[in-house]
Design a protein around this ligand. Structure first.
Ligand code: Z5A
Ligand code: MG
Length: 207
């Protein structure tokens, strides 16, 4: 078997309305236009999976869940996709995640859950090669469409999440100024992508 370079795991994180979904799709489309099939886009929550359907019903206010049950559902939803992510990366395909465990941790910490407890359920998931941290000013986010339609999209929760997200920053995080135009942000994302080191093996999330 010939050895091939592995794919990379790129995660888009940041606050609501910062343009994560827009830019995650733009990056996937760009990479696939260069080389068809070289990237897959994976959004979390992945609402088509069993746990994702529970989350979707919660977010649309159809059902209630306790904070801990909701946290575990978000985490289980990532585990529903874990093998797919590892397989793609081994096959040399880049996996672009629109949100990941950092949203899970930041939202649950913002609601007051215990940090050690909150982190447990994601331990062992693939660790991203890079986390693009989308920073958008509140005034700009407010002007963008769709804010406030689902649960958790309140200004109070968002402020707390912003603070927690800031605290989660680690060495594999890169800030992206998300106030710019669609094209400016896309260029910033592509630059970070082009600098990813894919020689080291993929690792897993640790405590
Ligand atoms: N959640 C959680 O609690 N725990 C977890 O583990 C996970 C998630 C994974 C649903 O997530 C909720 O789940 C979310 C976090 C929680 N709670 N809240 N609130 P979601 O990912 O499904 O949420 P969403 O509906 O995709 O919204 P979003 O992610 O907040 O938005 P975004 O992806 O960052 O932005 P966008 O959809 O790309 O853009 C928003 C709008 O702005 C849209 O009209 C764009 O056309 C516009 N836009 C984007 N970029 C620009 C620029 N550059 N200029 C002008 N306009 C722009
Ligand atoms: Mg989104």
């Amino acid at each position: 078997m010939t050895s091939q370079r592995r794919g990379v795991l790129i995660v888009f994180e940041g606050l609501d309305r910062s343009g994560k979904s827009t830019q995650a799709k733009r990056l996937a489309d760009f990479l696939n236009s260069q080389n068809e099939g070289s990237a897959v886009l994976q959004a979390f929550p992945e609402r088509s999976e069993p746990f994702g359907q529970v989350i979707d019903r919660y977010l649309r206010r159809e059902i209630d869940l306790s904070e801990r049950a909701l946290h575990l559902a978000f985490s289980a939803n990532r585990w529903e996709k874990e093998q797919m992510i590892r397989d793609k990366i081994e096959q040399g395909i880049d996996v672009i995640c629109d949100r990941y465990c950092y949203s899970g941790v930041a939202y649950s910490l913002a609601k007051g859950l215990d940090e050690n407890w909150v982190r447990q359920s994601d331990i062992g998931l693939p660790r991203p090669d890079v986390v693009l941290f989308f920073e958008v000013s509140p005034e700009v986010a407010r002007q963008r469409g769709g804010f406030g339609e689902e649960r958790l999209e309140t200004e109070t929760i968002q402020q707390k999440v912003a603070k927690k997200m800031e605290e989660l920053r680690a060495d594999n995080w890169k800030s992206v100024n998300a106030d710019g135009s669609y094209d400016d942000v896309e260029l910033a994302v592509r630059k970070i992508y082009s600098e990813i080191d894919r020689t080291a093996p993929l690792t897993s999330l640790e405590k």
